[in-house]
Write a protein that binds this ligand. Structure first.
Ligand code: HEM
Length: 509
């Protein structure tokens, strides 16, 4: 049928165009309003000039120099400066302990931009969740990190570390440089699987690339990319893009990995229940806690909640420590005199024993200081963020309104020359008790601070101590002068070109 000589088809195409135009117009108007609000919010905070459309995104090229840029700007803009990610998203980047204290002592939620990109992967787990749900789960899971639970982990972590060190024999014989991040990732994955999920994997000895570790690497890269590429902030655009497709594929690999861990455990629990051996089986691990949790109405966690927490802990529990341990090895390789002091202390603590025990963890204070100094120079989580639900006033009287996103640059705080003298120098003595006492506790925050600090920090410190002690007992770590790692913050601190060192056996020296 023709209507005034125009077919209904043509009419509907015109309508579609009109609707698209209207939607674009509305989006632009919305962006302009949000942008105006952002500009007003940041009025009192001078910062580096930003492109009207890209903001500062193009300054961060992921070429190994992004963190240097933050330090350069920190020197120009004391305490804080705005960073724009696209035309409308402004983040107030803070890098001074007094500023950091103001935000981290509150219970303000995680920012809903950066963290929401994790949700399709990590669900509404502890890292992302807010309000009552976060509080309930945090309280539920905290006993999973009690020292009674952590104690037997020392043996499990030692076993995983030894598997890694055995694999390193070949590199010690050839004395050729090798990339260690991938070895350490497999070791920390093996450890967390054993400790938190009582799951023995052969991930360290299986041949080929581990699909879960590769998936986590891709997911971190894609979450980071999504934050940087402004159009990808739209769910629909990201979903339809090739990157969105890669994200879904990687998330599905990660989910299959964790689903299998849960499935196997449920099977074991069922069998044990049938045989009446639930109570005297072994310590309660993290997965037991999740599966047996009951609220006041005897209601357990939903399957979705359990999976979100398993996904969160599987990722947080291995990738962060892999970064921490890899950078510690690198820093010790670059500082042989400190390495040797650690080795002597470790040999003394071990007193001829082959492996470290729980009681030995406190007998290596110099090594602990070196670990902390490495966490300062190379924080495994270089930045975090919060979104304000109410106005916040900093110690210098400057106020930011509700809705403002605050980026806490952990790297920036650790490199702040007004707090740390000669910040690039590896100097473990900064962590002597008398020096710590003279500094703000918020000057060193690798595990964040306040109510949303890292729940796994004791686990992580223990794992790092065990891994460093057993490694230094067996090998000398030697710097590879031809290979300087280029730091890139991709959720976790990684190196663009890997982290390479050489090793030599201790007994053959
Ligand atoms: C060197 C190793 C580690 C470092 C540097 C580290 C650092 C951090 C930081 C900075 C946060 C705050 C994140 C934010 O505010 O967005 C955090 C939170 C968290 N970490 Fe760790 N972490 C490490 C190891 C671990 C381990 C081994 C686990 C688990 C076994 C873990 C589990 C978590 C969880 C679940 C949260 C969220 C806590 C909450 O919001 O209540 N982390 N971590």
């Amino acid at each position: 049928m023709l209507l005034y000589g125009i077919s209904p088809f043509v009419l509907s195409v015109n309508h579609v165009f009109a609707l698209i135009f209207l939607a674009c117009l509305l989006t632009v108007v919305k962006l302009l309003i949000v942008r105006r609000k952002g500009v007003k919010t940041m009025e009192r905070f001078p910062g580096p000039p930003a492109h009207w459309l890209f903001g500062h995104v193009k300054e961060f090229r992921q070429d190994g120099h992004d963190l240097e840029k933050i330090v350069k700007w920190m020197e120009l803009y004391q305490f804080a400066f705005p960073l724009w990610f696209g035309p409308s998203l402004a983040v107030l980047n803070i890098h001074h302990p007094s500023y950091v204290k103001t935000i981290l002592t509150t219970t303000e939620p995680k920012d809903d931009y950066a963290y929401k990109f994790f949700i399709p992967w990590l669900g509404d787990g502890l890292l992302v969740s807010t309000g009552q749900k976060w509080f309930r789960h945090r309280r539920l899971l905290t006993p999973g990190f009690h020292y009674d639970v952590l104690k037997p982990y020392v043996k499990l972590i030692s076993d995983s570390t030894k598997v890694m060190l055995d694999k390193w024999e070949v590199h010690s014989r050839s004395e050729e440089s090798f990339e260690l991040f991938k070895h350490v990732s497999l070791m920390t994955l093996d450890s967390i699987m054993k400790c938190a999920f009582s799951c023995n994997s052969n991930c360290q000895t299986d041949s080929g690339t581990n699909p879960y570790i590769q998936a986590v690497f891709d997911l971190c890269h894609l979450v980071n990319l999504r934050f940087r590429v402004f159009p990808y902030h739209s769910k629909a655009i990201f979903h339809l893009s090739p990157h969105g497709y890669r994200f879904r594929k990687a998330a599905s690999i990660a989910h299959n990995h964790t689903a299998e861990v849960i499935r196997k455990r449920k099977e074991v629990l069922k069998m044990e229940e049938e045989q009446g051996i639930v109570k005297n089986r072994r310590y309660l691990d993290f997965l037991d806690i999740l599966l047996s949790a009951r609220d006041e109405h005897q209601q357990g966690l939903s399957d979705e909640d359990i999976r979100a927490e398993v996904d969160t802990f599987m990722f947080e529990g291995h990738d962060t420590t892999a970064s921490g341990i890899s950078w510690i090895f690198y820093n010790l390789a670059c500082n042989p005199e400190h390495q040797e002091k650690c080795r002597q202390e470790i040999q003394q603590a071990l007193d001829g024993k082959a492996t470290l025990e729980w009681e030995d963890l406190n007998k290596i204070p110099y090594t602990t200081m070196c670990i902390k100094e490495s966490l300062r120079l190379h924080p495994p989580v270089p930045g975090i963020s919060r979104k304000l639900t109410k106005p916040l006033t900093f110690f210098d009287g400057r106020t930011v309104p509700e809705g403002c996103t605050i980026g806490v640059s952990i790297y920036g705080i650790h490199m702040n020359s007004t707090v740390w003298e000669n910040p690039y120098k590896f100097d473990p003595l900064r962590f002597l008790p008398e020096n710590v006492a003279n500094r703000s506790p918020h000057a060193f925050v690798p595990f964040s601070a306040g109510p949303r600090n890292c729940i796994g920090q004791n686990f992580a410190m223990n794992e790092m101590k065990v891994a460093v002690a057993l490694t230094l007992k067996r090998y000398y770590l030697i710097k590879d002068p031809d290979h300087t790692p280029k730091m890139i913050p991709q959720v976790v601190l990684r190196s663009l070109n890997g982290i390479h060192i050489k090793i030599k056996p201790v007994e053959n020296d």
